[in-house]
Design a protein around this ligand. Structure first.
Ligand SMILES: Cc1cc2nc3c(=O)[nH]c(=O)nc-3n(C[C@H](O)[C@H](O)[C@H](O)COP(=O)(O)OP(=O)(O)OC[C@H]3O[C@@H](n4cnc5c(N)ncnc54)[C@H](O)[C@@H]3O)c2cc1C
Length: 271
């Protein structure tokens, strides 16, 4: 059966097509979806195009960033006011992938992919989603938890407060330079008030089936100066609550054993 490409006039129209047809999918950059289409002959029959819906805008206003779901990793990396996210965007695939891969698509990528979603979790991002009936803004963690049922909902944008300079850190361990799938990824928002960490958010990628926040590490750091003692306390509980999967990149056992090393490096004074 030939593949049917649909261009919708609005996000709502696109959501209606998705709701009416379980074989329809929303096509963003296609770096994941087209593999599925090619590998599942006939199972996915209709693709609803995201271009033309105005979802690729990036807006920065009053200290808050709103990134359209169809903004690409290349666009994020090139944005002068999102320089702190450049290392995250540039950790995703090579240049050809980054020219296509979108922020919205990354929220639906399965472990070990989803590096941008890890950064967004640490930034405390919200996601605006729209279905055939309504638009709503929800916590990113709830979106990630419910995304198997999210096929008929379209993410239109993500938003977060810009971190203070130097307060956001990201690290991704890979096996093959210059880029590769994630052994594990860590993002941390480390705001300080009067020299003490306040409202710490730490998120991991590839340490569970979905990107996760790490409450044990956050508790170990909250309210403390980011010194050697705090870093040691965080490293001690680095793997708490994690259930990493084994895949072609690394075993779950390996991930669990090395996460504290990478967390220590991320939290150490930056040169
Ligand atoms: C060679 C290669 C290397 C890669 N390396 C990495 C890497 O290092 N790190 C990483 O994180 N990922 C990596 N990826 C995976 C992928 O490129 C990224 O995760 C990318 O961000 C996915 O976005 P996309 O626009 O291509 O998604 P698509 O393939 O278009 O869509 C993926 C899924 O998300 C759904 N979707 C897309 N946008 C929306 C939306 N706005 N609302 C609702 N549903 C939506 C689609 O329907 C589909 O189910 C790699 C892929 C390849 C092929």
């Amino acid at each position: 059966m030939p593949l049917d490409f649909r261009r919708a006039d609005s996000v709502r129209d696109a959501a209606e097509v998705l709701a009416a047809d379980p074989t329809a999918r929303f096509l963003a950059g296609g770096t994941i979806l087209m593999r599925l289409v090619n590998g599942n002959a006939g199972a996915l029959q209709r693709l609803v195009l995201s271009d033309g819906l105005g979802l690729d805008r990036i807006e920065i206003a009053s200290g808050r960033a709103t990134i359209g779901a169809a903004a690409t990793m290349a666009a994020v990396a090139a944005h002068p006011q999102l320089a702190f996210l450049k290392p995250v965007a540039e950790a995703i695939g090579g240049p050809a992938i980054r020219n296509m891969a979108t922020v919205g698509g990354n929220l639906f990528a399965r472990s070990p992919y989803g590096d941008f979603a890890v950064a967004l979790l640490a930034l405390g991002a919200t996601a605006t989603v729209e279905d055939a009936h309504q638009a709503e803004t929800i916590d990113l963690a709830s979106l990630l938890a419910a995304r198997t049922r999210a096929e008929a909902r379209i993410v239109t944008s993500v938003a977060f407060d810009l971190p203070e300079p130097g307060a956001f850190r990201f690290a991704k361990a890979i096996r093959r330079q210059p880029h590769g799938a994630t052994v594990l990824a860590i993002a941390a928002a480390l705001p300080e008030v009067n020299g003490k960490l306040s409202d710490v958010r730490v998120a991991y990628g590839a340490m569970a089936p979905d990107p996760i926040r790490v409450p044990a590490v956050e508790r170990a750091l909250e309210g403390r100066a980011l010194d050697e003692a705090a870093i040691a306390a965080a490293a001690k509980v680095a793997a708490e609550g994690c259930q990493p999967q084994s895949d072609a990149i690394a075993s779950g056992w390996y991930r669990k054993n090395v996460v504290s090393v990478h967390l220590r490096r991320l939290l150490a004074p930056q040169r």
